[in-house]
Ligand binder design. Sequence first.
Ligand code: CA
Length: 229
Amino acid sequence: MTRILIIEDEAKMARMLARVLREEGYVAETAGDGRTGLSRALDDSFDLLIVDWMLPERSGVQIVRGLRAAEVGIPVLMLTARDQVEDRVEGLDAGADDYLPKPFALPEFLARVRALTRRPQGTSGGDGASALTVGDITLDPIRHVVRRGSERIDLTATEFALLAALMQRPGQIFSRSVLLDSVWGVPGEVSTSVVELYVSYLRRKLDRPREPSHIRTVRGVGYTFEPRP
Ligand code: CA
């Protein structure tokens, strides 16, 4: 049972999205303002949040910041009428996992929802059953857990998907566009600078100060995940 919370102040829009999601077999609930939406997202266990950018009480960006500050890694799909690059980067920087500019076609909306709700299993490829271990990092695609040694590292859905892609083939160099394609899966919609942004998030969470990064930048080519010496 996949539970989705829609935080959207336009009642007609919220009702329509909830109906479409229920028709697809999801459990969909709605919240009409940012404060209610954030507190419900923090109190309850949803599998996905669909968050409008412009909301009364708390903006979509404030909601995402609030979740991430509380170390809640639930995937967030941000809906926005603003589709300028700077706004996307602000939202992604705050911790949203994906973006959908309004107006959008419902098949595209559902495709994004499927991608975000399936990601933990889908990113591992193959049977997806076994944990990946490279050096001191272990990634469990079933439980959606990453550890450095015995310490648990909390990642957002996008950070998790990117790490899983890199850890599939340790030592292989991935270009930014290959990573963009395999993690975000929407060619041409998002710039490759998003890959750089998310590599920086992963480094912040995975690496220890004054030690070489787990993710090595190969200048002019891309990134590789290597066991540390
Ligand atoms: Ca709105």
